[in-house]
Write a protein that binds this ligand. Structure first.
Ligand code: VIB
Length: 217
């Protein structure tokens, strides 16, 4: 039987095709995306990464091996460092007055609910699309964009097209496959649900940035 990752990757093929087709993602790739939309995204992403870093720290606290504890603790730190370096170069530091959008709130609340109401395998499955989708999109955009030095979003593309980032993704995939192998049917079904949902949130996050989504007032 094929592993968990191979199966859920196949199952989310249509969502991933829809991600590639998003005007926001196409616009980052060809450089035509407006600064205004990109800045909205970066600000919301900084807020997202704070919540996501907490979910990674929770995975570190639930992990059972030294390697996994160290891996998730380093990734939690990495999420905050990505936030400050990539974001300060574009939108500056994000102040307390900025409110997370409905989609940002939904996505961070969802991964944190996995951390607090489900088990370690479900949390890892819900954390994985953040790594895998960005590696996947980053690799394709890097191959397409060519020389990034003059590209308006070159730094963003290079961050996620990076080989070390791809290696981190492979590590989360290996952890998810191992956990699914040792888990019962009900846990694997919840892991699948977490992966599918988080993948949908990745689509929604870029779509919300394109729309510059706000709360009703
Ligand atoms: C909405 C959203 N989803 C995924 C990433 C990518 N990402 C950022 S930090 C990290 C892991 C630790 O470095 C990953 C995979 C993002 N930036 N924003």
């Amino acid at each position: 039987m094929t592993g968990f990752c191979a199966r859920v990757w196949e199952e989310t093929a249509s969502t991933r095709d829809a991600i590639d087709a998003l005007p926001f993602v196409r616009g980052i790739g060809d450089g035509s995306l407006s600064r205004e939309r990109f800045d909205y995204y970066m600000t919301q992403d900084a807020l997202y990464l704070r919540g996501y870093a907490r979910a990674l720290a929770s995975a570190a606290s639930q992990a059972q091996t030294s390697d996994e504890i160290a891996f998730f603790a380093k990734a939690a730190h990495g999420a905050i460092v990505v936030e400050s370096s990539l974001h300060e170069g574009t939108v500056g530091s994000v102040g307390e007055e900025v409110r997370p959008s409905p989609t940002c709130t939904a996505y961070t609340s969802y991964v944190l609910s996995l951390a607090h109401t489900q088990g370690y395998p479900e949390l890892v499955a819900g954390i994985l699309p953040c790594f895998w989708i960005y590696t996947d999109v980053g690799e394709r955009l890097t191959a397409k964009a060519g020389d990034l030095t003059e590209h308006p979003y070159g730094e963003w593309i290079a961050t996620y097209g990076d080989e070390e980032f791809a290696r981190s993704t492979e590590q989360v995939k290996a952890i998810a496959d191992r956990l699914a192998e040792g888990a019962g049917e009900a846990t694997v079904a919840r892991m699948r649900e977490a992966f599918v949902r988080a993948t949908a949130y990745e689509w929604m996050f870029w779509d919300a940035a394109w729309r510059q989504e706000t709360w009703p007032r």
